[in-house]
Write a protein that binds this ligand. Structure first.
Ligand SMILES: O=C(O)C(=O)C[C@]1(C(=O)O)C=C[C@@H](O)C=C1
Length: 364
């Protein structure tokens, strides 16, 4: 390519950027207008709802449907995700608590779902995320709920039993783990590997093959593991990209998770009900009386109405020995007539039924 050609292309890019800039600014002014309309149409005592997950899902889906490339759908949606995040920040800067410290996969999930224009607050434990939302100190919280290799995150499920929370979104993240060391670490003298227990479990086979005699130490998060090895000479951490970047660590081995499709699903929790989008999921907690066939009774209405169950998890209930609650996710919104019917049928048989929330299926 000649210098001349390159110059001409850059002139074209400059001119396109000016148009993109003007269009983004126009969009942002539009969002400010939306905020004005929302404020003006409030009934007395009503609080404005600026964040609209159902609308965001619709915007991102539309972008993906209309995208003709060469950028991929996900890439394009990510760009719009950030534009929308900044537009919303003009209406109302969202505060989001997540399972910290900084650099965790939960933080990455929060950014993937809300974009980077939110004010994010790391919390030391899952229960603290719930409490922060319940106290109204933040608008939303982000917590992990299940991993494709290791299963349910029980702390999160148990927290739903203790707090009244509305689930308003989900996001899935492909989890890649790396073996990380600080700059002063001699790689042949590693005597300890830190990570979160779930991450150690997700890399068990790799560790058995490569570091069978090295002590594995479970800490509160993999970001915490990364933070520790920064100052230690004989230690390594298992953590992800965000933590590696944040603590300036070197990747000794990349993508060491045993299963290449290792993914974690995260939930957004808040106090806001989300209207239907036509492509939603619902999460419920049900407790049945301890009698034969109870689980069968619970599942039959779903089957009879062709409702797709995406997950069922059992946890000990907090109210009695050997009694259980079921966490069930299914496709549909609790306001859909078919779903309403199923929930009514179940509540006739159940000791208790609580809808945790209906929310758009993850778009990104
Ligand atoms: O449509 C709205 O209600 C808006 O506030 C606008 C907008 C957007 O930028 O498109 C911004 C924030 C909401 O969460 C959803 C969409």
């Amino acid at each position: 390519m000649s210098e001349q050609e390159l110059k001409a292309l850059r002139v074209r890019i400059d001119s396109l950027d000016e148009k993109v800039l003007e269009l983004i600014s126009e969009r942002a002014r539009c969002a400010q207008e939306v905020a004005r309309v929302k404020m003006a149409s409030l009934a007395e005592g009503e609080v404005p709802v600026f964040y609209r997950p159902e609308r965001e899902a619709q915007v991102l889906k539309r972008v993906m449907e209309r995208n003709k490339g060469p950028l991929g759908n996900e890439e394009m949606a990510r760009l719009f995700r950030e534009i929308m995040s900044s537009c919303l920040a003009l209406e109302q800067p969202l505060k989001v608590a997540y399972l910290g410290p900084e650099g965790t996969f939960t933080q990455a999930a929060a950014m993937k779902h809300f974009g980077h224009a939110v004010i994010s607050k790391p919390m030391a434990a899952i229960d603290e995320v719930f409490r922060e939302v319940a106290a109204g100190a933040v608008n939303f919280g982000v917590v992990p709920v299940e991993n494709s290799t290791e299963g349910a995150v029980n702390h999160t499920l148990d927290s739903f039993l203790e707090h009244d929370m509305v689930i308003c979104g989900e996001v899935e993240l492909r989890i890649h783990h790396h073996l990380l060391v600080g700059e002063n670490t001699k790689t042949d003298s590693i005597s300890r590997i830190y990570s979160h227990a779930q991450s150690l479990a997700q890399c068990r086979k790799w560790l058995d093959a490569h570091y069978p005699n090295v002590e594995r130490v479970a800490v509160s998060s993999n970001a915490e593991a990364a933070k520790r090895v920064k100052g230690e000479w004989n230690s390594a951490a298992i953590a992800g990209d965000m933590a590696a970047g944040l603590y300036g660590l070197t990747r000794l081995a990349e993508k060491i998770e045993d299963r290449p499709d290792n993914s974690t699903r995260f939930l957004m929790i808040g106090n806001q009900e989300v209207p239907p989008t036509g492509d939603d999921k619902t999460s419920i907690i049900v407790s049945m009386s301890n009698k034969p066939g109870a689980l069968h009774e619970l599942l039959v209405p779903f089957h009879d109405n062709g409702i797709d169950l995406t997950r069922i998890e059992t946890r000990p209930s907090r109210s009695g020995k050997w009694t259980y609650v079921f966490f069930i996710d299914f496709v549909g919104h609790h306001r859909d007539p078919l779903v309403k019917g199923v929930l009514e049928k179940i509540s006739q048989e159940a000791v208790a039924l609580k809808v945790l929330g209906s929310y758009p299926k993850a778009v990104l």
